[in-house]
Write a protein that binds this ligand. Structure first.
Ligand code: PLP
Length: 444
């Protein structure tokens, strides 16, 4: 009989042989070559259309000042969703490190098999209290929360009535559900009402909207939406990715901003709330229980890693303990917006929201403007068609509570300089010297 030792040797030789063949082979078939050519063609098309999205490599932590590969100097960062400056906050980092030690890197499991720790339950409770909702369920991202909600809540006899400019993840989530779909013109309450009338024979009705629209910094007209919801017997769902933690008097979001209540909130942990990753649905306990039973991105995807949960949990603590954090962000936002407006720029969006789109109109101007700003040490992003409508190109400036007054002033000054240098169609009513005198802007 073959000895166990010889048997193991034989098997391991066979494995080594296979591994050698695996790592040295190169698959090359006609089908693969044809697909590669197609993809190449498509990639060229994206480049030709001017919609190619490059990725700059950041070589530092996220923060108001960053380092970018290829540049020696500090870059002032005005394009992250790090609204409260918590992404690299020492206490957030410490909480993450501690959880890594005590709870490990991850659970190697989905929640319902063996992936739930007290950390997860604690964060869900904390979020429910934060939003004054009955229960909360965590997801790996808000994209997942949006992908997993509608299919569970709505069946073929129901209706979802959605703002046409809702985030891609809401649109995808709605595509996955069997409810009748209605789409109203962006923030157009007459059109929403008409759609509610058209949906009147449906059983459950759900109005779905971003709380704040990230391209425009504009806020959904929630008082009218909730009034119409009440009148036509519809639930109201809001996506609060650009509101949670900082919008409204104590940072509870768009519902608090208007002093009213909505039925369901989805939001992210990947922006103001520590910036790592994760999303959630907060709402009635029966809905959350059903999501735990049926929501596919929850059931079939790994549990959130404990360090990520601990970072987000610490971010909630910091906001609850420091109500001044959202106030600091509002002060910075008002400083930036008022100086830019006085200088003759058009800044769209809600006057109190830190997403500040500087409207330039021309697509080429937006991209050269953003490049010029980066050369000057300010990181902002230009957006053009098809991300935003034709003729509405802009650079989007995002303010953080972590920016100092000097940093805000520097951004204003450099935007002004870029505008002057560009010799393009912006009419600046106030020149740099005058601005300096008006506001004691800090020297460049
Ligand atoms: N909803 C909105 C409005 C967003 O802006 C984003 C992120 O860009 C998401 C959902 C997705 O969030 P997450 O990054 O957590 O998947």
């Amino acid at each position: 009989m073959e000895k166990i030792g010889d048997f193991v040797l034989k098997i391991s030789k066979r494995h080594n042989n296979r591994a050698f063949k695996y790592f040295t082979r190169k698959r090359s078939t006609q089908a693969a070559a044809a697909v590669q050519q197609d993809l190449q063609h498509e990639l060229e098309g994206i480049k030709d259309a001017g919609t190619w999205k490059g990725e700059r490599v950041i070589t530092s932590k996220q923060g108001p000042t960053i380092h970018v590969a290829g540049s020696q100097a500090d870059i002032l960062n005005f394009c992250a969703n790090n609204y409260l400056g918590l992404s690299s906050h020492p206490e957030v980092i410490e909480a993450g490190k501690k959880a890594l030690d005590t709870h490990g890197a991850g659970l190697s499991s989905v929640r319902f098999i063996c992936g739930t720790q007290y950390l997860h339950k604690e964060l869900e409770d904390k979020i429910s209290k934060f939003h004054k909702k009955e229960d909360t369920i965590l997801y790996a991202s808000c994209f997942d929360a949006n992908a997993g909600l509608f299919e569970v809540l709505l069946g073929p006899e129901d209706a979802v009535i959605s703002d046409e400019l809702n985030h891609a993840s809401i649109i995808d989530g709605i595509r996955l559900c069997k409810a009748k779909r209605f789409r109203y013109k962006h923030t157009d309450m007459k059109d929403l009402e008409q759609n509610l009338k058209d949906a009147s024979s449906c059983h459950k009705k759900l109005i779905a909207t971003d709380g704040v629209f990230s391209m425009d910094g504009s806020v959904a007209p929630l008082p009218d939406i909730t009034r119409l919801g009440n009148e036509y017997g519809a639930l109201v769902f809001i996506d609060e990715c650009h509101g949670t933690g900082f919008f409204g008097p104590t940072g509870r979001g768009t519902d608090e901003h208007f002093g009213l209540e909505v039925d369901i909130i989805n939001s992210t942990l990947g922006k103001a709330m520590g910036g790592a990753a994760g999303g959630y649905t907060s709402g009635p306990k029966e809905l959350v229980q059903l999501l735990r039973q049926r929501s596919r991105p929850y059931l079939f995807s790994n549990t959130l890693p404990p360090p990520v949960v601990a970072c987000a949990s610490k971010a909630f603590d910091l906001i609850i303990q420091n109500p001044d954090l959202p106030k600091k962000l509002l002060t910075n936002t008002v400083r930036f917006r008022s100086k830019m407006t006085d200088a003759g720029f058009t800044i769209s969006g809600d006057p109190g929201h830190p997403i500040c789109p500087v409207m330039l109109g021309d697509a080429k101007l937006a991209s050269t403007f953003a490049d010029d700003m980066l050369e000057k040490g300010i990181y902002v992003i230009g957006f053009s068609y098809p991300v935003v409508p034709k003729g509405k190109s802009r650079i989007r400036v995002q303010i953080s509570a972590a920016h100092s007054e000097q940093e805000i002033d520097r951004a204003v000054m450099l935007l002004l300089k870029s505008a002057e240098n560009s010799k393009l169609s912006i009419k600046l009513t106030v020149k740099i010297e005058m601005l300096k005198r008006c506001y004691c802007l800090h020297e460049l």
